[in-house]
Design a protein around this ligand. Sequence first.
Ligand code: FE2
Ligand code: FE2
Length: 197
Amino acid sequence: MRYGLLAWVLFVSMDLLYGRRRTLSKFKVLEVIARVPYQAWEHVAYIAITHVHPRPDFARRIFERVRESRLQQDNEQWHLLLLEELTDRLGVREGFVRYRVVPQIMAFVYYHIAWLLYVIRPRWSYLLNAWFEDHAEHEYMQYVAENPPLEVEPFESIFADDYGRFASIADLFRQIGYDERVHKLESLERVATARFR
Ligand SMILES: [Fe+2]
Ligand SMILES: [Fe+2]
C-alpha cells in the first residue's frame, strides 16, 4: 500500500528510534502500538451503545463491532507475549526508557489519534490502521526471508495451546504476518462500508 502522512510519520519515527533493521525488540514496540486502535474503537463503540440503547437493533450492531475489536486486540496481545517470550529466552537486553517508556508514550499518542479520527470519520481511523497492519505484515515476512536459520529453529512456547503449534519459528512469524494481513483486510472492508458514524 501507499501510506499516508500519519502512518509515514510513525514508521519513520520508529526507524529513527529503533533503527531500520528488523529485530525482535522492534517488533515488540510495534505490537504495543498495534493494540491501541482496537482499544480506541472499543471505547468509542461503548459510548455509542450508551446513546443508542433505545434502538436495540442498532445497539446490537455496534456491540458486534466491540466484540470484533476485542478479538483483534487479543490477537495482538498474543503476538506481544510470544515475542516477549522469545527475547526473554535469548536474553536480549533492552533499555527501560527506550523499550518500555517510549513505546508507551507512542501508544498513548497513537491511541488518541485513532480515537479522534474514529469520532470524526471512522473511515479515516480504519484506513490508518490498514496502513499500520500492511506495514506490520511486510515487516514480519521480510524478517523471515532475511533469517533462513529460523526455518529450523523449533517452536516451543507456554502460549502454544492458546495461539497454535508450529514446526518452526519461521512458521510462527509467517502466521503472525498472516494475522496482520487479516487485520488489514478487515479494516479495509470497514473503510469501504463505514458510514459517517
Ligand atoms: Fe500483531
Ligand atoms: Fe495486527
